[in-house]
Design a protein around this ligand. Structure first.
Ligand SMILES: Cc1cc2nc3c(=O)[nH]c(=O)nc-3n(C[C@H](O)[C@H](O)[C@H](O)COP(=O)(O)O)c2cc1C
Length: 269
């Protein structure tokens, strides 16, 4: 992303909701910013592409640009510069190594990335298409909304019988149904922890396969396979293994780069 307010003038435009595109919200209006030359000063003129509730005149837009630039100078990051990642663990277990791996990821996230954990997949009923056709249950709506609101997703999957856990598959099934299934075009990072030596490799490849159908954009590498999990976390669930912390940090940086790349592609297409 272009540094804002330093290397060019900014533009702001009201945009429709577009998953995966950086934006910040101001009440009902979503604003996008970028770098573009400002037109001649015509305070009376309304911008043709500014609809509805956006800053309507050039003066208002200049003021909004100035505010953003000032925020940047004093170190306040606008929402757009923060990558919001939604973490989902495929285990409901209190002492879950996968949930602990997500907490480690929160610690290891690169600058400019925040990771919120969605911890409600245990509330989802078993998927039933008859129920779905009557309307999504609130827990499924909450999951779909959380996915839509995230710039990227981060899954920590256990391996159950060489595949992903039933609760994780159930969550994906609920979230994936029309209208507007929220995985399409979404950047996705995957990791997993198990007691076995392969560290959920088989489950992770099943998870990747789900996102082929759902058109998710899964980061290829680095892959994070946390085998022998009981030896890599301490009694409080803290990831203590240095090698794993390093590769997880690299994967998170990779997810940030991948997400920004996709955002830039969406902005120019
Ligand atoms: C139903 C079930 C099936 C499992 N199958 C596998 C498996 O295929 N491969 C493996 O490495 N571990 C397997 N395990 C062990 C899990 O990897 C281990 O329990 C792990 O800690 C689960 O993740 P969690 O700590 O996040 O709950 C299985 C565990 C359960 C309960």
């Amino acid at each position: 992303m272009q540094p804002f307010g330093r290397h060019g003038r900014c533009w702001l435009a009201a945009v429709s909701s577009h998953p995966g595109r950086g934006s910040f919200s101001g009440g009902d209006v979503r604003l996008e910013r970028g770098v573009a030359p400002l037109p001649p000063h015509r305070p009376d003129r309304r911008f043709p592409r500014m609809g509805g509730n956006g800053p309507a005149t050039i003066d208002q837009r200049r003021a909004a640009c100035t505010l953003l630039a000032r925020n940047e100078e004093v170190g306040v990051m606008a929402d757009e510069s923060v990558l919001k990642v939604l973490g989902i663990s495929g285990s409901l277990r209190k002492g879950s190594y996968n949930s602990a791996a997500l907490r480690a990821a929160q610690e290891l996230a690169p600058a400019g990335m925040t990771i919120d954990i969605f911890d409600r997949i245990g509330e989802l009923p078993l998927y039933d298409d008859d129920v779905r056709q009557q309307g999504f249950p609130p827990s499924a709506e909450a999951l779909r909304d959380a996915i839509r609101g995230a710039d990227a997703l981060l899954f920590a999957t256990p391996e159950y019988n060489y595949s992903i856990s039933g609760v994780l598959k159930n969550a994906i099934d609920w979230a994936s149904r029309p209208p507007e299934q929220p995985f399409a075009g979404k950047p996705i990072g995957i990791m997993g922890a198990s007691g076995g030596v392969l560290g959920t490799a088989r489950a992770q490849y099943h998870l990747r396969q789900c996102f082929i159908f759902l058109d998710g954009r899964v980061l290829n590498r680095p892959e994070v396979f946390i085998g022998g999990a009981p030896q890599k976390f301490d009694a409080d669930g803290r990831l203590t293994d240095e090698g794993t912390r390093k590769i997880m940090g690299e994967m998170l940086q990779g997810l940030a780069d991948w997400t920004n790349l996709l955002k830039r592609g969406a902005a120019t297409s």
